[in-house]
Design a protein around this ligand. Structure first.
Ligand code: LLP
Length: 401
């Protein structure tokens, strides 16, 4: 068991802690489920982009799914081979496309005809052939939070099957485009196999149609989206997930690509925060902590549940409370109406399942310094990002005063 008190004492709070061995376990379980086919796991960098996390992922033999040139550069910097990097995203700037082509990454994942035209022109100007994949929106309801559901036509992502087909034909006939992949990503925190299965069937049929047109897709990318247990969700069986995808791919000679973010790192991360004080407004009990929504925004943004564990020997006088941060917004909370024991100044709270979309969504709101990040590697702790200082925060502004 991780000794959170010692870590909090050594590095201060608030603090992110990531268990790298647990990341390895998650990765190994996924590869095991996929072992019947060629597969490439490309970690969705947006979930946790710390360089040491990416280096660890690279050492496991995984690639990266990136959604900005910044993420592509991070992955390259951390040692991820260029031939395992995918660049996705609904809007890419010209300079981002250019850089991705110059870096010669595995493929650019396109989300519109307009984007394809830009990529073609830029590739032509550079005298290069752009390897592309097309994100197909299969119009499937992933049955998750509306903000993180992406597979319906009402969402901004991808193109419908007919448009995709037109795009593939155009790409095949272009001297500057090489269609190599097909992609779907229908949403995040999905807890049922069915939506994945339906999407895979739609795309596999398209791959077969394309084959008849002599367009040979090599990478069958099923996106990310596998959910984790934050509270009482029943998560999907990886075996069933893999088998249902394989069933749809029958007879196709393609490499399976998968882009997990949350599944790989979510449960491996903890957010540590200390109690500043308790406060009672009439009947309402608030536990005010030193972490805030700028550090971990998921509860505020999605009403997401994160389990909170109290690190304290004697736990007495339990009562209902809200756990809130010091930011000047009522939305600044980590939990509402949960039962916690009586707490005192400096008591330590551990917020669980914080490894994905925690630090990466943090900000300097209220001029709060972003927190430090720690890795646990075979039981040893290691600083992987130092705590920001006030100087860091004002660094890009101060010369203009
Ligand atoms: N691939 C693509 C194209 C994506 O857009 C995403 C996530 C992933 C892979 C990874 O999805 P995952 O395996 O982590 O579910 N901030 C939200 C989640 C946003 C997800 C955006 N796309 C949250 O905190 O729940």
């Amino acid at each position: 068991m991780v000794d959170f008190s010692t870590l909090a004492q050594k590095y201060g709070t608030p603090l992110y802690v990531y268990d790298f061995d647990a990341i390895t376990e998650q990765f190994t379980a996924l590869k095991e489920a996929f072992k019947a086919r060629k597969s490439l796991v490309c970690f969705a960098v947006k979930a946790n982009s710390n360089l040491s996390v990416l280096k660890h992922i690279a050492q496991l033999d995984a690639g990266c799914d990136c959604v900005s040139i910044g993420e592509v550069k991070r992955a390259l910097f951390a040692g991820v081979p260029k031939y395992k990097i995918i660049f996705s995203g609904v809007g890419k700037r010209d300079d981002e496309i250019e850089e991705a082509l110059v870096q010669d990454i595995l493929m650019l994942n396109l989300e519109s005809e307009e984007e394809m035209m830009r990529v073609e022109e830029i590739a032509q100007n550079l005298g290069k052939i752009a390897r592309i994949s097309i994100r197909v929106n299969p119009n499937i309801d992933a049955q998750t939070h509306p903000y993180i559901s992406t597979g319906l036509h009402e969402n901004k992502f991808g193109v419908d099957v007919d448009s995709a087909k037109r795009m593939y034909i155009h790409a095949k006939n272009s001297a500057f485009l090489e269609p190599v992949g097909i992609h779907f990503h229908i949403g995040s925190q999905i807890t049922q196999v069915e939506p994945f299965k339906e999407a895979a069937v739609v795309l596999a049929n398209l791959v077969r149609n394309l084959k008849a047109l002599d367009i040979n897709i090599k990478f069958f990318d099923i996106g990310g989206g596998v959910g984790i247990q934050y509270k009482d969700e029943v998560t999907i069986s990886l075996y069933e997930y893999a088998q249902s995808i394989f069933a749809s791919m029958a007879g196709l000679d393609v490499t399976l690509v998968c882009e997990p973010g949350r599944y790989l790192v979510g449960d491996c991360g903890y957010f540590l925060t200390r109690v500043l004080y308790e406060k009672h407004n009439g009947y309402k009990r608030f536990v005010i902590v030193d972490g805030a929504m700028n550090d971990l925004i998921r509860p505020s943004l999605y009403s997401a549940y994160h389990e909170i564990v109290v690190e304290k020997k004697e736990q007495l006088e339990f009562s209902v409370c809200d756990v809130v941060g010091p930011i000047c917004e009522s939305g600044d909370f980590f939990a509402k109406n949960i039962e916690l024991p009586k707490l005192e100044h400096d008591d330590l709270l551990i917020i669980k399942s914080a490894g994905a979309y925690g630090f990466t969504m943090s900000s300097n709101y209220n001029t709060r310094a972003r927190v430090a990040e720690i890795a646990l590697i075979k039981g040893q702790d290691k600083l992987i990002r130092k705590r920001e200082t006030f100087e860091d925060i004002i660094d890009l502004e101060k010369e203009y005063l």
